[in-house]
Ligand binder design. Structure first.
Ligand code: NAP
Length: 318
């Protein structure tokens, strides 16, 4: 599988993906495109997913036991929901190869470090990470080769991380199409709380509120659903287990951002109540400028459907 045709040695001999859902399978697709790994193996929770990963050609071998999968691997990436990290790290810890790099893709970083680092033996290099790219789909069939193209991957190395291993992991993510940024786990969690976690919570909440209305208005919510609501329903279709674990593990930052959000919402509510059109227009104009900034930074397109035509429904969960 996936050797670099130029005859050069691949960056990593054996990549072990622990969990092979949307993110794990996309890593397999992108790493094979780049020719940066010799062999890819995985472990998955269910026999069906092990079989599916092999049938799709994502891996040469799929193991039920993660401890088996990491044997001989010089790069191990945990791609399970955040809530499984502690158990997985404890299971693989004694079986990791000396000199290997261990990383993860969890959407929360302080909790990932808390749950994984204690099980990493001396001589193995743990560097936490989060590719900020995703969709609302799950499972090994959901992955695709371009998921990481042009997207950010945040790495949150410990201050004493081995610089050579860190540089190698950065190169790996760049080869998958990402731009790489380094920051502390705590800073990551604060930034993602407002850019990703609270927006998902709002989406889950508005869809549920509308669903309760729907029962009394005879399907009108679905029938007349306008673009704004439809976008919320797409985000709210994201994996319930993944998002449960995000909120359980980024509690403080999410509560802090929710507090600010609530204050700003009350300001809007007051402006509507008191007919303060000037204030409403000013706040909406400020928000519109943020959208322009996102487009200028290449993180979305300016097309009226947010660039999400049927063929490109690819982004929006991370
Ligand atoms: P996914 O499609 O649901 O895949 C999760 C994988 O983990 C599946 O292979 C699943 O196996 C396995 N798994 C679940 N519980 C496990 C356990 N206790 N032990 C071992 N394996 C287990 O999820 P995903 O979207 O790829 O997300 C994976 C990670 O990436 C999460 O930590 C998430 O925070 C992060 N992330 C997600 C996105 C996104 O937009 N989806 C973006 C960036 C980062 P079974 O199916 O057999 O249960």
């Amino acid at each position: 599988m996936a050797r670099d045709n130029s005859g050069k040695k691949p960056m990593f001999e054996r990549l072990a993906l622990i969990g092979i859902g949307l993110i794990g399978s996309s890593i397999s697709h992108a790493a094979r495109r780049a020719g940066v790994v010799g062999e890819i193996v995985c472990s998955a929770l269910t026999p069906e997913e092990c079989e599916r990963a092999q049938a799709l050609g994502l891996v040469t071998k799929a193991y039920a036991n993660p401890a088996e999968a990491v044997k001989g691997a010089d790069l191990v990436i945990l791609c399970t929901p955040v809530g499984a990290f502690k158990e997985v790290a404890e299971a693989i810890g004694p079986h990791l190869e000396n000199g290997a790099i261990v990383s993860d893709v969890g959407s929360v970083k302080a909790a990932a470090v808390r749950d994984i680092a204690p099980s990493i033996p001396e001589g193995v290099h743990f560097i936490a990470g989060h590719p900020i790219a995703g969709t609302e789909q799950s499972g090994p069939d959901a992955g695709f080769v371009t998921l990481f193209d042009g997207r950010w991957c945040v790495l949150t190395p410990a201050p004493d991380a081995d610089p050579e291993k860190l540089a190698k992991l950065e190169d790996f993510w760049r080869s998958l199409g990402c731009k790489v940024e380094l920051m502390s786990p705590e800073h990551h969690d604060m930034v993602l709380a407002i850019t990703s976690h609270v927006p998902h919570l709002i989406a889950y909440n508005i869809v549920n509120t509308a669903a309760h209305l729907e029962r009394v208005t005879d399907s009108e919510v679905i029938k007349f659903s306008a673009a704004g609501f439809r976008d919320f329903t797409r985000i709210a279709a994201s994996d319930p287990v993944m998002w449960r674990d995000v909120f359980l593990n980024n509690k403080d930052a999410v509560l802090e951002m929710l507090g600010r959000f609530s204050e700003d919402l009350i300001e809007l509510q007051r402006a509507i109540r008191f007919g303060d059109g000037e204030k409403l227009q000013r706040l909406f104009t400020d928000a519109r400028a943020i959208r322009r900034g996102i487009i200028q930074a290449g993180q979305d397109t300016a097309q009226p459907d947010f660039g999400r035509s049927a063929a490109t429904v690819r982004q929006g969960s991370d």
